[in-house]
Design a protein around this ligand. Structure first.
Ligand code: ADP
Ligand code: ASP
Ligand code: MG
Length: 406
């Protein structure tokens, strides 16, 4: 007998018919004799609808109330899934985040799970019944409802798996595994049998939304056996592996892309110690995260500084940089929120030279201009014009032969 945690995303529970399909899958696992703890997202589109309702009343609504509002989406699906399970004769009970013992910090809309008191869930499972837990939510130490950030049900699933010491955490979604790139952008993308935890972490941080980054981080920390599967068809999915075995790793495992960033440039600033701090200090003080940073070597006593921030922070960052620009006497301050980031990810990159030049050659071949570059041991990212995202992904997918069996 195994203990498994299953998570079903928004599309998988998007209609009552789909919820009944999910119930069949859960009931089948239960019938095999497994202990099953399920967590679900809100029905697809519901969280967005709730966000719109809140902002329609007041764009500056109190974060505490927004979390009360957003958490209702998942409360609907736990009840519907439990009802569907009962209809199939499968014993089940729904649990809100609080009832499931999920404690978080008090950072509304991006709360971190501190611990899970799994006593109630354990006795539910030991009684031979399915536990259906609301994803994406918890309560802080004061009892206020919190949410874990968009895509946060993945994190709920992994945290439950860690707390229950599950044999496997299964993330059921609308694709049948992790692909060489987003299959919606490149139809020739190929499902990966397995991917290393490190690669998955890079992919999540570079914008592949198949798993929330916090979920991947937590899985790594607790060594949670994690698999991504389809809710619509049977198949092996993709296993996230934690140890690289002796096998030769593929050079490039996947291509990630996103349009989540914006670029800011301050040109003609004095080239002297402390200038990067003068610009980036106030950005950090405003709680704006900076991703890529490039400082050019100026030809005289001045230099240019370009950096990227999340697109949601663009207006605020531009305001700050404009103000600083005046203070330090910059010749110009410009911004652009029409950018995209393309990234190659692969642990095999560590031991191979020349990947970057192959990447640049492929992009140049289709006339894509690279604006910024950043690298780490297992990834290379470039910033390009937003309009080139799809072409860039397809070109790199082809150039690195990802469509062919590795
Ligand atoms: P869920 O609602 O189940 O959480 P998401 O929409 O959050 O599902 O994540 C699944 C989506 O992630 C897929 O529909 C796919 O378009 C996208 N995606 C992006 N990159 C990848 C990738 N490399 N492999 C698989 N899916 C990816
Ligand atoms: N319902 C939340 C969202 O749409 C959480 C999740 O689906 O994982 O972001
Ligand atoms: Mg998701």
């Amino acid at each position: 007998m195994a203990l498994i945690v299953q998570k079903y995303g928004g599309t998988s529970v998007g209609t009552t018919e789909r919820i009944e399909q999910v119930a069949k899958r859960v009931a089948a696992a239960h019938a095999r004799g497994d202990q099953v703890c399920v967590t679900v997202s809100a029905m697809s589109g519901e969280t967005n609808r709730l966000v719109e309702l809140g902002t329609a009343v007041d764009p500056g609504a109190a974060p505490r109330e927004i979390d009360v509002l957003l958490s209702t989406g998942e409360q609907v699906t736990i009840a519907l899934l439990s009802i569907a399970l009962h209809k199939l004769g499968c014993p089940a009970r729904s649990f809100t985040g609080r009832q499931a013992g999920i404690r978080t910090d008090d950072a509304h809309s991006k709360a971190r799970i501190l611990n899970i008191d799994a006593t109630r869930l354990r006795s539910q499972l030991e009684a031979g019944e399915v536990a259906v837990v609301a994803g994406f939510q918890g309560t802080d130490t004061e009892g206020n409802i919190t949410t874990l950030g968009r895509g946060g049900s993945d994190t709920t699933a992994v945290a439950l798996a860690a707390a229950l010491e599950a044999d496997e955490c299964q993330i059921y979604t609308d694709v049948d595994g992790v692909y060489t790139t987003d299959p919606r952008i490149e139809p020739n993308a190929r499902r990966l049998e397995r991917i290393t935890f490190e690669e998955m972490l890079e992919m999540a941080s570079l914008g592949s939304k198949v798993l929330q980054i916090r979920a991947v981080e937590m899985a790594g920390k607790h060594n949670v056996p994690l698999r991504v599967l389809s809710s619509f068809e049977d198949g092996p999915g993709t296993l996230i592996t934690y140890e690289e075995d002796g096998m030769e790793q593929p050079l490039i495992s996947s291509i990630a892309s996103n349009r989540d960033e914006a670029q800011l440039t301050m040109a003609g600033i004095p080239d002297k110690p402390g200038i990067a701090y003068a610009v980036l200090g106030p950005i950090a003080a405003a709680n704006i995260e900076v991703d890529m940073i490039v400082q050019n070597v100026g030809d005289d006593a001045s230099t240019d500084l370009t950096f990227t921030v999340h697109r949601n922070d663009y207006e605020r960052a531009l305001e700050i940089v404009t103000r600083i620009g005046e203070e330090v006497g910059a010749s110009s301050v410009t911004g652009d929120n029409g950018i995209a980031k393309l990234s190659l990810v692969g642990v095999g990159m560590r031991s191979h030279a020349g990947i970057a030049s192959r990447m640049f050659e492929a992009l140049a071949g289709v006339g894509i201009n690279i604006r910024m570059i950043s690298t780490s041991e297992i990834k290379i990212s470039v910033v390009v014009d937003d309009k080139f995202l799809e072409l860039g992904v397809r070109t790199l997918h082809e150039a690195f032969g990802l469509a062919n069996e590795a």
